[in-house]
Write a protein that binds this ligand. Structure first.
Ligand code: CP
Ligand code: NVA
Length: 305
């Protein structure tokens, strides 16, 4: 049975099929109104969420199914009972589990002991659905992703890791521009490089902003991820050079800007750019819904072996 855990678990072809499906669902939602009729999922979040929670819930209802939000204040996963029992019980009632967790191990455990598909809605290492929606947004401007060059600026984190994996699978050029010592996960990067060597993707990690001159897309995310209580002002000096602002876009010649949000305006991105004509951030947020619908449809309609 297929899950959606890291992005490594889906082939390039699987990912492209999913992007085609998401595009069609966006264009012609009426066609899919009964796609998941009578099916149910649970969605649970150990960390806050606006976009992911809303889009999975609404995606499910647009496909004719039902999403139940599991309140973590009332029986947090792994605390009131083991993750194993949590997964086994949920599998008896639902057709899928969507979870945002602190530790990636929790997602793996849900998938190991559950008998329904599990979707990673963000963990410490990955944000795979986000990266797919990001490339879908880019694809709305460039037909051929193998010709697209995306530069990620700032803190190397779960979003950066997933951009590298997804970029590798889709054959794109992805460069993470991060301060030394704050880049993406080294093991994930190396594994993504192996995939890139087969797909023709080009992946790089650097601290040099000028390495991405002539790129197409600039991407950034928070300098401090959920679960880390460090105030943004405490890391400002480390990341300021990587802020997406007018000067950086002029210097690199980049045309489009992405941010997974929530954004910290005047920290990783200026309001001028976020609200300006180069910003695709709200298209990107919208595409989360269509991509999540495609993920749910693909996983819940699979023929189980
Ligand atoms: N980008 C994203 O995952 O947003 P939320 O944390 O609001 O879900
Ligand atoms: N890197 C961020 C992504 C938020 C969607 C975090 O994990 O908090």
């Amino acid at each position: 049975m297929k899950h959606f855990l890291t992005g490594f678990d889906w082939s390039s072809e699987d990912m492209l099929n999913l992007l085609y499906l998401a595009r069609d669902m966006k264009k012609d939602p009426a066609k899919y109104r009964s796609d998941l009729l009578g099916k149910s999922i649970v969605i649970l979040f150990e960390k806050p969420s606006l976009r992911t929670r809303t889009t999975f819930d609404i995606a499910m209802s647009r496909l004719g199914g039902h999403a139940l939000y599991l309140d973590q204040q009332n029986g947090a996963i792994g605390k009131r009972e083991t993750v194993k029992d949590y997964a086994r019980n949920l599998s008896r009632w639902t057709d899928g589990i969507v979870a945002r967790v602190f530790r990636h191990d929790t997602i793996e455990e849900l998938a190991r002991y559950g008998t329904v598909p599990v979707v990673n809605a963000l963990c410490d290492l990955y944000h795979p659905g986000q990266a797919l929606a990001d490339f879908q947004t880019v694809r709305e401007h460039y037909d051929d992703l193998s010709k697209v060059k995306l530069a990620y600026f700032g803190d190397g984190n779960n979003v950066t890791n997933s951009l590298l994996i997804t970029g590798a699978k889709l054959g794109a050029t992805v460069t993470a521009v991060c301060p030394k010592g704050y880049g993406p996960d080294v093991q994930i990067y190396e594994k993504a490089l192996e995939i890139a060597s087969k797909t023709g993707a080009k992946l790089t990690v650097t601290d040099d902003v000028d390495a991405v001159k002539g790129y197409d897309v600039a991407y950034t995310d928070t300098w401090v991820s959920m679960g880390d209580d460090t105030p943004l002002d405490a890391v400002r000096a480390r990341y300021m050079k990587y802020q997406i602002n007018r000067e950086l876009l002029d210097r690199t010649g980049i045309s489009w800007v992405l941010h997974c949000q929530p954004a910290h305006r005047e920290y990783e991105i200026t309001s001028e750019i976020m609200d300006g004509p180069m910003s695709l951030v709200y298209d990107q947020a919208e595409n989360r819904m269509h991509v999540h619908a495609a993920i749910l449809s693909t996983l819940l309609n699979q023929v189980r072996s």
